[in-house]
Design a protein around this ligand. Sequence first.
Ligand SMILES: Nc1ncnc2c1ncn2[C@@H]1O[C@H](COP(=O)(O)OP(=O)(O)OP(=O)(O)O)[C@@H](O)[C@H]1O
Length: 599
Amino acid sequence: MSYILRRSSRTTSFVRGQESLTLVLRAGLRTKSDSAPLPILDIPKSNIYRFGDAKNPVFHDIEWTIQDGESWAVVGSGSGEKTTLLETLIGNLRITPPPPHGLFPFSTKDPHNTVSLVSFSHRPRASGSSFVDYTARYGAKWEEDRITLRQSMFPETLPEFARRDNRHGSVKEMSEEEKASFEALAKDLDLERFLDLPVIALSNGQTRKARILKALLRKPEMLVLDEPLTGVDAATRPILLSLLHSLHASKNPRMILGLRNQDPIPDWISHLVVLKGGGRAISGRRGDVEGSLGAGGHSHGHGISHEGLDAKERPEENVGSGGTEKDKERRVVVEMRNVNVKYDDRHVLKDINWSIREGDRWHLQGPNGSGKTTLLSLLTGDHPQSYTQTPPQSHLHLFSLPRRKLATAVIATRVGVVSPEIYNAFPRRKGMSVWEAVGTGFDGGFVPRGVKGVGLGLSGGLREEEEVWRVGRVREVVRALGPSAWSQLANSRHHTQEELGALDHSFSQRPFADLSPGEQSVVLLMRALVGKPPLVILDEVWSGMDDLMVESSRSYLRRGGVGEEQAVLVVSHWEEEVPWGVEDGVKRMKLEGGKGFES
Ligand SMILES: Nc1ncnc2c1ncn2[C@@H]1O[C@H](COP(=O)(O)OP(=O)(O)OP(=O)(O)O)[C@@H](O)[C@H]1O
């Protein structure tokens, strides 16, 4: 059976008082002695609201019941609605009217301990207004940076200074049996060999698996995993899915998965909630609702042109690399010869040889932990070992100069980066507008500078001509990648170019910190492109974006958003995420066992 859940015209009639989360979850809790089998999850026809907003339901007429033995996934475009619905399960939103038998009728536990949510759909936000130093992992300096994965899992083993701040959660001391099951799970997740490494040293994929392991240690009755496959390499995906299946089958714990439209749905999923956008959803048996997948959010050709993509040439800023290189054809942007990175006895990159030329389109591939992020940190000059690649053993040239002859601040102006690290580190400072966030891209910093919010250049002041060019560029990227290309409003009816321009302009004035994760990802893409840097690095660039954002950004990149004089390096575990295909001349650099293989 399937249900169509749609926007109600009489939404206010559903609004009740501001019940506390616990009351909502506990309401009418039945005991195990009742004769009918208790559903696992029970949301009878309800609206769902954010706390503090009793007028505008996020979801309308939601009906979602999970019976014992069923296996559910919630599928949606981008992270927005999917993550919000999943957050409802941990009490972050208000269900009205409240479920009469509690949200989880099967559980007699305190509802707060029934369910854990681990979300990979977008990266955790930086803690606040300050910048987070993501380069710390390349040369852990602080005591806190040395805490190992094992210590973070078993707080009783933490050194005294770390126990005090309680940042590592409150996992209770475990029995020998529990410890054995932990070791087995760590082995299944291929985390065993990383248990005694500093947490900060783990790669993105390793960190994600560690978060699942940590959630399992808390022994929830239900584990909700939002996009568990994001950032996981192709070989690990089936292993991870099979582990999740066996845990779910043994009800230890039960699972609900959140998946993106484009993710493959595991065979063992029997039921789906398909989010349709605008607070609507279809739920039911997989066979009944699967046909509607992908129908929402995949609108094409909504008549939006991306005019003015060909920015006039950027005036050359004198950064010590000579001014004539632009005239030379297919200049070498990066040159690596026998590049190595080691941490004590861990040899992460071995004799890498790689030349990146202007106009190149590269797909950097490799399993989790193979060294992709480490390699990128050499290109951005963030890694201390970028300085030690010196002749005769090795050689690292960036923009035709030995790395040590280029200040890191100069490199930052020449490499535009989107990455999980930048997303995490970027400050969510109160009052920083989208315009200013984009404008930080010119100088590669994290703090808006200059009266016009387009930076001050390396010398601390801009020539008028450069300032005019920068202001024009911010306008241009906001116009090309802004909401006129992807918002529901822009797609709801025909708009004039003027109206679309106004929509983008008002977006550029919004506080960056108030944007959804998908919108923030788009803005950080604008930031990476705004200065037309000779090298653009797009590492997990689509993370958190919804389908229309991905579609419009891909199309922009392919249609002149990056010029032929720019080199682009895309890092992704999914071939189809690379905006260019082999027919466009995309080359591959694959890292495996520390070595690089070009194809
Ligand atoms: N400071 C460190 N000390 C020891 N090992 C480290 C340190 N920093 C990183 N590593 C190890 O280097 C390896 C490469 O990490 P890196 O983050 O470059 O991998 P990756 O290919 O980007 O992985 P993913 O796809 O998961 O993001 C990992 O095994 C990681 O644990």
